[in-house]
Design a protein around this ligand. Structure first.
Ligand code: CO
Ligand code: CO
Length: 323
């Protein structure tokens, strides 16, 4: 992807607008009143069999970047691909209804969209949102002295692979669906009024990938405590049995040189930390002094996790030290 972006023709982008260059996932456009319009798009192929649940997961994932920036979504548009010659149109209706159910939870309307015929179904949203002047959170402003908090347990990539190989029990599938479909709204609301240093959402590059981006962009290093990282129940056993997605292995390869792993960690545990997530939680870097307040609010708002998983330090040889 980076190669593709590097090959693009140069555009002259006025000051104050943010796009690809910062590697944040949202575009930012300043409005005359000082607030900022933020816009993001995401769509992908089904990861679960149930079309309604797929729609919920894809919609929740699409909204995630807005919440990671501390913004509020305003409205969305559907973007879909569908094999209308091979599958009944009711399936598409179900997918779109899953999206509507999540949009309702987010308190926004879906105002339109576009579908094209394609061999494999794909679905997601284009989301427009707003963030108050000076309140946009970035992944590039983590500070030494911060602690790192993760708001959803890890392991949806490993479980998705287990589903494909028929190795996931139905209660585990249901748990993973509920985790992926949950909006990062609760976590985002919890950050309101607390001085947060930096925030990002954990998605395809996995916890290690997104944390190393945060460290690199912020010019800091971090520690990560393996035993403090929340994992979905059953993920340990799956990983131990070699059920690891290709993307997760690539993630680990990609970041390995920037990470110092403690000798006690076994290879499958490293892979668990690199697991490619779909609609993962927020990774929040917050000054130690404000961390208990944030954790209390995450608890009150029923976030799926609120564990302190590591700490931020001055830049060192490696970006991340895993204990
Ligand atoms: Co994204
Ligand atoms: Co993101």
């Amino acid at each position: 992807m980076k190669k593709v972006l590097e090959g693009l023709d140069e555009q002259s982008i006025p000051d104050g607008l943010m796009g690809f260059s910062t590697h944040d996932d949202c575009a930012i456009y300043p409005l005359p009143d000082g607030s900022k319009l933020i816009q993001t798009v995401d769509f992908f192929t089904p990861i679960v069999d149930d079309p309604f649940e797929f729609g919920r997961i894809a919609a929740s994932n699409s909204l995630s970047d807005i919440y990671a920036m501390g913004g509020k979504p305003l409205f969305a548009l559907n973007i879909a691909c569908f094999p209308s010659d091979e599958l009944p149109l009711e399936v598409l209706t179900e997918i779109l209804n899953g999206g509507i159910s999540i949009a309702k939870e987010a308190g926004i309307p879906i105002l339109g969209g576009h579908t094209v015929k394609d061999k494999e179904p794909k679905y997601g949203l284009v989301v427009s949102g707003i963030v108050e002047d000076g309140k946009a959170l970035k992944n590039s402003t983590a500070k030494p002295g911060d602690v790192l908090i993760l708001t959803k347990p890890i392991g949806t990539g490993i479980i998705s692979t287990a589903i494909k190989r028929d190795k996931a029990p139905s209660d585990m599938i249901q748990t993973a669906i509920e985790i992926m479909a949950q909006l990062n709204l609760r976590a985002s609301t919890s950050m309101e009024g607390i001085s947060i240093s930096a925030c990002t959402d954990v998605t395809g590059f996995g916890l290690l990938g997104h944390l190393s981006e945060m460290c690199k962009n912020s010019n800091v290093s971090a520690t990560l405590e393996f035993n403090s990282v929340p994992f979905i129940e059953g993920v340990f056993e799956l990983a131990q049995n070699g059920i690891i997605p290709g993307g997760t292995k690539k993630n680990l390869n990609f970041v390995q040189d920037d990470i110092d792993f403690s000798d006690i960690l076994i290879d499958y545990q490293k892979l668990m930390l690199a697991d490619a997530q779909t609609s993962g939680g927020l990774l929040i870097s917050v000054p130690l002094a404000h961390s208990q307040e944030l954790i209390a609010k995450l608890k009150d708002n029923h976030a799926l996790a609120y564990s302190i998983i590591g700490q931020v330090y001055n830049p060192s040889d490696k970006l991340i030290y895993v204990n």
